[in-house]
Design a protein around this ligand. Structure first.
Ligand code: 15L
Length: 274
């Protein structure tokens, strides 16, 4: 069991879902976020740190005495290039560099399906290690995160696992998420597998549940010891009744990244005004 784990972005959606699920009697979670974190509950073994992942001194301090880092911090949606560059790309470098200098041997990185969002669903099941096809600047930052992880694993012998997370929410919110959903409990199972697999080196795995409508390989995640126990199908009727299905030829249905491949997410044009 990993004794002390630093979780960056702990106040975010995934961080909040993992806080209780990754708690264990012989484990301390060091929760870090720039946003306020709920105080420790009675008996909860947590340490709370208010800091930005871009603050090298704060990250160096946060990595002291830690056995593993789960890096969830950064913008979780599309943003202007300058924000993505600073918080997601530079921030990931700051976290990995702080981990290296503190002697932390294992880092689990939150990548995203948007690293390969332009992959066409008609091409078949999305394999592990699919070549990058980012759909947004956010997606580019996840490709950079994977590349940084690979560098730190190859050069410094660290174990670094990048999880291409589908959609980790309490429940699937639309028809696409019936395919991309990672249930919170499966998310915790996957993080535990990533923390405990013996000497994984560098890996890129899909973070999804074993959904009946899944488009993704689970082979590499299962090779680490992950076993999904959930399936979005239990929500299918409710989700389809509430939100229906977009037309078959819309970006929402054609691409793995869904609506993120539509003009709505064209940040370059938005920023330039043309
Ligand atoms: C992500 O990477 C986002 O962080 C999350 O908010 C969802 O939009 C998810 O992808 C998704 O594709 O559903």
């Amino acid at each position: 069991m990993t004794a002390r784990i630093l979780i960056t972005g702990a106040a975010g959606i995934v961080g909040t879902l993992m806080r209780t699920r990754l708690a264990a009697p012989d484990r301390t979670l060091r929760l870090l976020d720039i946003a306020p974190l709920p105080p420790a509950a009675e008996g909860e073994q947590v340490e709370l740190v208010t800091a930005s992942v871009t603050d090298a001194a704060a990250m160096a301090a946060a990595c002291e005495g830690v056995d593993a880092v789960i890096h969830l911090g950064g913008h979780s949606l599309e943003r202007p290039w300058a924000d993505i560059l600073d918080v997601n790309i530079n921030g990931t470098h700051v976290v990995l560099e702080a981990a290296r200098q503190a002697g932390v041997k294992r880092v689990v990185l939150a990548s995203s399906n948007h690293a390969v969002g332009y992959y066409e669903r008609s091409s078949g099941e999305a394999g592990d290690y699919l070549f990058p096809q980012p759909d947004t600047y956010y997606g580019v930052s996840k490709v950079a995160l994977e590349a940084l992880g690979s560098l730190y694993a190859s050069r410094y012998g660290m174990d670094v696992i990048a999880i291409r997370i589908g959609s980790c929410f309490e429940k699937p919110r639309d028809s696409r998420m019936l395919s991309t959903w990672l249930s919170p409990d499966d998310g915790a199972r996957l993080f535990e597998a990533c923390l405990s697999a013996p000497s994984p080196g560098f890996r890129v795995v899909w973070g999804v549940s074993d959904n009946k409508r899944r488009w993704f390989s689970l082979a590499e995640a299962e090779a680490l010891g992950y076993k999904s126990e959930d399936d979005s199908e239990v929500y299918a009727a409710e989700v389809l009744e509430a939100s229906g299905e977009p037309p078959a030829d819309s970006p929402a249905r054609v691409y793995l990244g869904g609506v993120w491949c539509s003009s709505e997410f064209d940040t370059a044009v938005k920023e330039a005004g043309r």
